[in-house]
Design a protein around this ligand. Structure first.
Ligand code: DOR
Ligand code: ZN
Length: 349
């Protein structure tokens, strides 16, 4: 049995860091584990200009504890009104990607895109500039069952989009279904996907175990066991199209434990340990470094990190809560034991 695991320092290719006191409360968790993270732009108001993205990046760097090295990779939030010229400006400023939220699909997505055809000139400019498109892949049609919204998105939106922009690099974010895993596996080399730790570890029963469990509610929502198994197979398989993206999405506990609770699971406190758990259960620790540290940089066209981290097999208990601005944060697996622990000495000084 392997009791220690050393790998290149991983990156998080999908992260919500929020802003202000909330940002200050969570940034160190991600920075202790990951070298870089793709930072989601769904603030209120959303990050829609290069200037806003650079200002946000500066706030993130300022929120890090002294000496903790971490590179936030910034993104722009696509709206119906984003001017085409903003793409060249963003690219020149080192912004790697734009995020497509179908309007109304999830947290702070009201300003998102109402119809993909409206932003075709922007997508054209992104394709030309080599900027990635990150997609929240769910239709918003209220007639469609919430558990089917991702599969329907593939048919209605993603397949036509892929055909219209064959060279555009697309990341299908936080996939949750067998259909999505199959689609990405057979799509050409410009399509990849991120997978969260919670979608590898839990199925939709977690939402209803002994009562309603709001801390397991995220979007896209957890699916049936057969889908979880398909995701584990994709993550632990040979394909380099699947990589780590936590979608760690902190909300104050009182807004999750609410009549209309917010979507989002907080996993940054133990992200790499949660993923290690999933790979270990699947007997696939030999594939872990590819998924966590190699496939993402390769798809984004960036070098892999040189630094190493070490995880040890050691039981430890996840804290029940963390401070979060004026409120508190209930992390995923709060109060439960995990079997892997990131060696503290391996964190940057
Ligand atoms: O569960 C989610 N929470 N899904 C998203 O797409 C957004 C995120 C958030 O920002 O809270
Ligand atoms: Zn997200």
């Amino acid at each position: 049995m392997t009791d220690s695991l050393t790998l290149r320092r991983p990156d998080d290719w999908h992260l919500h860091l929020r802003d202000g006191a909330q940002l200050a409360a969570v940034a160190a968790h991600s920075a202790a584990q990951f070298a870089r993270a793709i930072v989601m732009p769904n603030l209120r108001p959303p990050v829609t200009t290069t200037a806003q993205a650079l200002a946000y990046k500066a706030r993130i760097l300022a929120a890090l504890p002294q000496g903790l090295k971490f590179e936030p990779l910034m993104t722009l939030y696509l709206t119906d009104a984003l001017p085409v010229q903003e793409i060249a400006r963003a690219r020149a400023a080192g912004i790697l990607a734009c995020k497509l939220y179908p309007a109304g699909a999830t947290t702070n997505s009201d300003a998102g895109v109402s119809d993909i055809r409206r932003i075709e000139p922007v997508l054209e400019a992104m394709q030309k500039a080599g900027m990635l498109l990150l997609v929240h892949g769910e239709v918003t049609d209220p007639e469609i069952d919430i558990f089917d919204r991702e599969a329907v998105f593939i048919e209605r939106q993603l397949i036509p989009l892929r055909q219209r922009f064959p060279e555009l690099k697309i990341v299908f974010e936080h996939i949750t279904t067998r259909e999505a895993a199959q689609y990405v596996a057979q799509a050409g080399p410009h399509t990849a996907a991120t997978i969260t730790a919670h979608h590898l570890l839990y199925n939709r029963n977690a939402l209803f175990t002994g009562g309603i469990r709001p801390h397991y509610y995220c979007l896209p929502v957890l699916k049936r066991e057969q889908h979880r198994q398909a995701l584990v197979q994709a993550a632990t398989g040979a394909s380099a199209k699947f990589f780590l993206g936590t979608d760690s999405a902190p909300h104050p506990a009182r807004l999750k434990e609410h009549a209309s609770g917010c979507a989002g699971c907080y996993t940054a406190h133990a992200a790499i340990e949660l993923y290690a758990e999933a790979f270990d259960r699947a007997g696939a620790l030999q594939r872990f470094e590819g998924f966590a540290s190699l496939h993402g940089p390769a798809f984004y066209g960036l070098p892999a990190n040189e630094e190493r981290i070490t995880l040890r097999r050691e039981r430890w208990s996840v804290p029940e809560r963390y401070p979060f601005g004026e409120g508190e944060l209930k992390p995923l697996a709060a109060g439960e034991s995990l079997n892997w622990r990131l060696e503290p000495g391996a964190a940057p000084a």
